[in-house]
Design a protein around this ligand. Structure first.
Ligand code: FDA
Length: 504
């Protein structure tokens, strides 16, 4: 045929994909990674790879004509957004009917745009969410392996207590404390030593220059610097960028055939290619992997796929909210964009919440305390294939987020009442709104472990076809999810290499 054959293909270059590629490469398996975004290594005319948060340009967004920042407004004014030329930028906001999902695009996936918060879930909740997974093994072997390979570390607490850059965290901690709530330091993949050099002026600023959702020019150990660098170092792994996988089918010899569109950074189609492989790992994220399998099932290219594909989706209970502080309690003009603390009220019997104390690096005093609350919302959404548009639509209604808002409100009502403060209503668009219930950062599910796949991510109905990313997790994990996604991928690929790959 006219297709190129490689033993293993990994779709995407996010957490699950990067783990799979590294371990396949180490096992000596020739592996091709296909990533629809670009490799972020070219400097723009400003000398930087990524653009800043306060004055974004086309590098910020995945084919948009205007940026769509999560905190678009201040006093209801759309201050942070800019008109831009559509381009293969780093942050995408996928706008479904009643829920928008932020995802990263490029070599490293979400690791390019996320806050780097590297949280191991509490064991009791992990066991509740994924009861069929051996938690002993996870907490003994795979969580430690994920944390060390991701290069997760902790902030120096002495520095934290005295630096102006974390005044916003200390203010929020005090106010949580006044309400009888406890806070906890949150590990991160940001290089804390580098941040201290930013603070003392001996290194270019990144986390201390407000950089995060449109990429960090320095300091953050994103996947291209950890797992993916190691994967390429095996000599067995290659990455093709600006290559989007469109269809998957199976050939009579059992190998998989992909059609792949190659585009330039302006979106122009350069080539449509065919790639075939024996082992296919889908690491395109909750949205990407689910869409590929739904399309395959509904168009009949992989007709034996389970009816569970598309189910069990959730936003990890994400809700953003903000409080207004008193004038005598400023949060600081200088704010690190890398979160360091969380309010941990997960043991709350009615409304479990883990709330990241988020920065609002606006470059001026705002008196705002911002939070990304992770709640235990039992509601689940479903992806359905839209044949007319050839894409996956998400069935999720705004009122399904009501339990998440209720939980966040119950916690922050306590904080407000203990501190005689109020919510901010001006930050989430044009409406008067204290809770952002229409977008999320943590899409999870769509190809749930043990439902759409076996207990190791092997897709039901097909041999040598695997899901390896956040779509395996059924909608909620109680903390920021990438450490869990990474550790699960470590667990699954170890088993798959041992039982499926070596044998073939
Ligand atoms: P991920 O989304 O990382 O990667 C998928 C990759 O596949 C992408 O590079 C995409 O371009 C590519 N792709 C998709 N479809 C494709 C196709 N058809 N063909 C080729 N390539 C395709 N989490 C956390 O733990 N701590 C945190 O602090 C944060 N903060 C945060 C902030 C923001 C702004 C966002 C958007 C997200 C976070 N997250 C986070 C969430 C975290 O980034 C997310 O859970 C993981 O990146 C998901 O990892 P996956 O491996 O599932 O896919």
């Amino acid at each position: 045929s006219d297709s190129m054959f490689v033993p293993a293909v990994v779709v995407g270059t996010g957490y699950g994909a990067a783990v799979s590629a590294l371990r396949l490469g180490e096992a000596g398996v020739q592996t091709l990674m296909l990533e629809m975004g670009q490799l972020w290594n070219q400097r723009g005319s400003d000398g930087n790879i990524f653009c800043g948060m306060l004055n974004p340009d086309k590098r910020s967004s995945w084919f948009k004509s205007r940026t769509e920042a999560p905190l678009g407004s201040f006093l209801w004014l759309d201050l942070a957004n800019r008109d831009i030329t559509p381009y293969a930028g780093v942050l995408d906001r996928v706008n479904f009917d009643q829920m928008s999902v932020y995802v990263g695009r490029g070599v490293g996936g979400g690791s390019l745009v996320n806050g780097g918060m590297a949280v191991t879930p509490r064991r009791s909740y992990f066991e509740e969410v994924l009861p069929q997974v051996n938690a002993d093994e996870m907490y003994r072997t795979y969580f430690p392996r994920a944390n060390s390979t991701l290069r997760v570390s902790n902030i120096d607490q002495t520095w934290f207590e005295q630096t102006e850059w974390y005044q916003y965290s200390r203010v929020s901690r005090q106010q949580a404390d006044n309400a009888g709530l406890s806070t906890t330091f949150v590990p991160n993949v940001y290089d804390w030593d580098y941040m201290r050099r930013e603070a003392d002026g001996s290194a270019p600023k990144s986390g201390l220059a407000g950089e995060v959702i449109y990429g960090n020019n320095h300091g953050k150990v994103s996947l291209d610097k950890s797992y993916l660098a190691a994967a390429l170092g095996t000599g067995k792994v290659t990455i093709q960028t600006l290559h989007q996988v469109k269809t998957v089918s199976q050939q009579s010899d059992g190998t998989y055939l992909l059609t792949v569109e190659q585009r330039d950074t302006d979106g122009k189609l350069l080539a449509t290619k065919k790639v075939s492989c024996r082992h296919l790992f889908l690491g395109a994220g909750s949205l990407g992997s689910t869409e590929l399998l739904l399309r395959a099932r509904e168009t009949g290219t992989l007709p034996n796929l389970s009816s569970e594909i598309g189910g069990g989706w959730g936003p990890n209970g994400n809700v953003m909210t903000a409080r207004a502080n008193h004038l005598w309690n400023p949060t600081g003009t200088n704010q690190s964009s890398i979160p360091a603390l969380g309010i941990d009220d997960w043991d709350n019997p009615t409304h479990p919440v883990f709330a990241e104390i988020a920065p609002m690096p606006a470059g001026l005093e705002t008196w705002v305390s911002l939070y990304l609350a992770i709640t235990k919302n039992p509601e689940r959404g479903t992806f359905v294939y839209n044949a007319a548009k050839d894409r996956a639509d998400l069935r999720w209604t705004r009122d399904q987020n009501a339990p998440a808002v209720e939980a966040a409100k119950s916690l922050f009502d306590r904080v407000n009442s203990a501190n005689t403060t109020i919510y901010r209503y001006d930050l989430f668009g044009k409406q008067i709104k204290a809770f952002a219930d229409d977008f999320c950062y943590h899409p999870l599910g769509g190809c749930v472990l043990g439902k759409a796949t076996d207990n190791f991510g092997r897709v039901s109905g097909y041999k040598n076809l695997y899901v390896t990313d956040g779509s395996l997790i059924p909608g909620s994990i109680g903390v920021n999810p990438f450490v869990t996604i990474t550790a699960m991928a470590e667990r699954n690929v170890e088993r798959i290499i041992k039982e499926d790959v070596k044998a073939s």
